[in-house]
Each structure stands twice: as structure tokens, then as C-alpha cells.
Design a protein around this ligand. Structure first.
Ligand code: FES
Length: 102
């Protein structure tokens, strides 16, 4: 894994909620699902919709604009394995969240 950077306090990402952060020159959406954190590029590859505003279903984030769905762990689009959003390594330590580049 490459460099990691601190992006937020753990308490800022509540269960089933998102938080938009800046990291590596990108907008990154953090999500907490069943206690576990995920980090995915905020920009939908379709028309740039904000994935941080999407609902979560079955481990996927649903783009709020036109409902394309992306796996939170792999970034792969539902129904189109050739389309993929960057995902980031994410870890929590002592109440802080860190990301590593995709
Ligand atoms: S912008 Fe995300 S589905 Fe269209």
C-alpha cells in the first residue's frame, strides 16, 4: 500500500451514512455499512453524479441521478463489469480514518 492520509474523525461517519472528503486531489465518499468503512470516488462515471448522496443497497451505492449501482468494495458497476469507479484503501485507528490511494 502507498501513502496513507488522515481524512476524518471516525465519529463523523455514522452507520448507514456518508461523508464527502478530499483526498489525493479527488472527492471521495466514505460510507459506513454494518460498522465497516468503505471509500469510493464521489464522481459517478455516467454524468458525474455525487455518489456520496446515494443510497446503499446490498453493499452497493446507488447513484442519486440515474441509479447506476457500484459495489462499495470493488467499485465495479452492477450489470457492467467493464465500468468501475476507483475505490480506496480505508482504515480506522484510534478514532481517526485514513485512506490509501487506489
Ligand atoms: S450520473 Fe450517475 S447514474 Fe447518471
Amino acid at each position: 500500500m502507498g501513502d496513507r492520509i488522515r481524512v476524518a474523525e471516525s465519529a463523523r461517519v455514522k452507520e448507514s451514512r456518508s461523508l464527502l472528503v478530499d483526498a489525493f486531489g479527488r472527492k471521495v465518499a466514505l460510507f459506513r455499512v454494518e460498522g465497516r468503512l468503505f471509500a469510493i470516488d464521489d464522481v459517478c462515471p455516467h454524468r458525474g453524479g455525487p455518489l456520496s448522496g446515494g443510497d446503499i443497497e446490498d453493499g452497493q451505492v446507488i447513484c442519486p441521478l440515474h441509479a447506476w449501482a457500484f459495489d462499495l468494495e470493488t467499485g465495479v458497476m452492477r450489470g457492467n463489469a467493464s465500468c468501475r469507479v476507483p475505490v480506496y484503501g480505508v482504515m480506522e485507528e484510534e478514532g481517526e480514518i485514513y485512506l490509501s490511494a487506489p
